[in-house]
Design a protein around this ligand. Structure first.
Ligand code: NIG
Ligand code: FE
Length: 419
C-alpha cells in the first residue's frame, strides 16, 4: 500500500494535455480545462487526472493512504518551467541599473569591463559552496513563485576551472533542491578581459578545452552562445555550436537580443537548435526561418522591460507558426527577477499574448525548450506530479491581477513544497 496525493476539486484544472509537438498558432490557446477537476499522484508520478466524480471512482478502487489537498477555489496548472536562467553567480549589479537610467547602454557597460565581466570577477572569487549558497536563495524564491523546473547556464566563469565550478554548483543545486535544474554550458557568454587582444584564442579555448571537459564530466546537456554584435559573431557562434553538436550537446542561442538583423534566429534554425532565445531584434526572415524549423522561440519580456527596450514581436511569431515559450532570464544584469508570474503578466501587457497563450508558453512549450516534454509541462498520466495551485477562480485572472504572486501551494513530484 502506497501513499497517494489527492489534489481535490480545483475550480479549473489546466491540463495542457493531448497535443503532439510544441504548440503553435491556435494550438497555443488549447488548455485542456476540466472544471471541478482532481489529480492523483503516486510515487511522484501522476496516476489520475479528470473530473471529481471520476476521481472518487478511481480512489474507490485503491486501498492506499491518501493525503487530500483541498483545491476548491483554486486554479491548478502544471508546475511552471523557466527554460532560460543564469542563476548560478555571485554578487549583484544594482549600480548598472542607475547607469542605464542615466543613458548608459548595456553593451557599452560590458565593453568597459562591467556587466557580465563584473559578475565573472565575483563568480571567480567565490568558492563552489559559496556559489551554491547564494544561488539557493534564488531557487527558494523561484519555488515561491510556482516554478518547479529551471534551466541554468554557466558563463560567469570564463576559464576552464571556473566554468566547471559553476556547472558543478548547478548540479549540486539540482541534487539538493526540490526544483529540477537542467544545465547549459555557456562559456561563450563574453570574451574575458585576458583575451581582449585575442578573442579568437578564447573561441579556441571554448572549443578545444571547455567543451570536451564539460562533455567528459557530463556537466551539461545544452550549449548556448551569446551571438551578438561585439560579443560572438555569427561565424564564431557557428564554430562553437557545431563543435558542441559533434560532442552531443543540444543547442541554444542567445539570438538577436541587441543588434538589428544580426542573423541569430536564422543561425538557430539552420543549426537545428532546440531554442532561439531573446529575439527582440529578429528579422522578418529570421522569424520565417524559425517558423519552418523545429526551433522554439524563448521570449524574455522582463529583459526587454529591464533594458527599457521594445519587447519581441510575439504576435508576429505566433501568427507565423513559431512555437513560443517564456522565461525570466534571471541574471544579475539584464533581468534580476525570479517571478515567472510577473513575466507572464509582462508577456500579456507588452507583447499582447493572451492569458491562454501565456500559460502554454510557461508550461508545455517551456518543457519542449529544455527537452523535458516527456516528463513535465502538462498534467497527464505518467508525467511528474509537479503542480501549482493559484488563488484564482479562473486562469484568466492570473494575468488580470498583475504584479501579484497568486501562488498558494506548490507540489513537486507529489510532495507539497510550498504551502
Ligand atoms: O540573457 N545577454 C546575455 N546574457 C544575459 C545577461 C547576463 C548579464 O548581464 O549578466 C541575458 O541578457
Ligand atoms: Fe540570458
Amino acid at each position: 500500500m502506497g501513499k497517494l496525493t489527492y489534489v481535490k476539486s480545483a475550480s479549473q484544472l489546466i491540463c495542457m494535455d493531448g497535443g503532439l509537438g510544441p504548440r503553435t498558432g491556435r494550438g497555443m490557446s488549447m488548455l485542456g480545462i476540466t472544471a471541478n477537476g482532481s489529480v492523483v499522484i503516486e510515487d511522484g508520478i501522476i496516476v489520475f487526472s479528470g473530473s471529481d466524480t471520476l476521481a472518487e471512482h478511481y480512489l474507490s478502487t485503491r486501498q492506499d493512504d491518501v493525503e487530500i489537498i483541498d483545491a476548491r477555489g483554486k486554479v491548478v496548472t502544471p508546475g511552471l518551467i523557466d527554460p532560460h536562467t543564469h542563476i548560478v553567480f555571485a554578487g549583484s549589479r544594482e549600480n548598472e541599473l542607475e547607469l542605464r537610467l542615466q543613458g548608459a547602454k548595456y553593451i557599452d557597460i560590458l565593453k568597459r569591463g562591467g556587466g557580465i565581466l563584473n559578475t565573472a570577477r565575483s563568480t571567480r572569487e567565490a568558492s563552489e559552496e559559496e556559489l551554491v549558497r547564494q544561488s539557493k536563495v534564488r531557487l527558494d524564491r523561484f519555488l515561491l513563485h510556482g516554478v518547479t523546473t529551471i534551466e541554468a547556464k554557466s558563463g560567469y566563469g570564463l576559464t576552464v576551472t571556473d566554468e566547471l565550478k559553476q556547472l558543478r554548483a548547478a548540479r549540486a543545486l539540482n541534487d539538493s533542491h526540490p526544483i529540477d535544474v537542467v544545465s547549459t554550458f555557456m562559456g561563450a557568454h563574453a570574451v574575458p578581459e585576458e583575451y581582449n587582444n585575442n578573442p579568437e584564442g578564447y573561441v579556441d579555448l571554448v572549443i578545444n578545452e571547455m567543451l570536451p571537459a564539460v562533455a567528459e564530466q557530463e556537466l551539461a546537456e545544452f550549449c548556448d552562445v551569446f551571438c551578438e554584435q561585439g560579443v560572438f559573431s555569427i561565424a564564431e557562434s557557428r564554430r562553437i555550436l557545431e563543435a558542441a553538436g559533434r560532442l552531443g550537446f543540444k543547442l541554444k542561442i542567445h539570438a538577436d537580443e541587441i543588434a538589428e538583423n544580426f542573423g541569430g534566429a536564422e543561425l538557430a534554425a539552420r543549426l537545428g537548435a532546440v531554442s532561439a532565445e531573446h529575439l527582440l531584434k529578429a528579422s522578418e526572415e529570421g522569424i520565417q526561418a524559425l517558423a519552418k524549423s523545429d526551433t522554439i522561440a524563448v521570449l524574455l519580456p522582463g529583459t526587454a522591460l529591464f533594458l527599457m527596450e521594445q519587447a519581441a514581436a510575439a504576435r508576429k511569431m505566433i501568427a507565423a507558426g513559431v512555437a513560443v515559450a517564456l522565461s525570466t532570464d534571471c541574471n544579475p544584469g539584464s533581468s534580476p527577477t525570479v517571478s515567472m508570474p510577473f513575466i507572464m503578466n509582462a508577456a500579456c501587457l507588452t507583447m499582447k499574448m493572451t492569458p491562454a497563450e501565456v500559460l502554454t508558453a510557461s508550461t508545455i512549450n517551456a518543457a519542449y525548450a529544455i527537452g523535458r516534454e516527456k516528463v513535465m509541462g502538462s498534467i497527464e498520466i505518467g508525467k511528474q506530479g509537479d503542480l501549482v495551485l493559484f488563488d484564482a477562480d479562473n486562469y484568466r485572472q492570473l494575468q488580470y491581477y498583475y504584479g501579484m504572486n497568486l501562488v498558494h501551494t506548490v507540489i513537486k513530484k507529489g510532495q507539497v513544497v510550498v504551502k
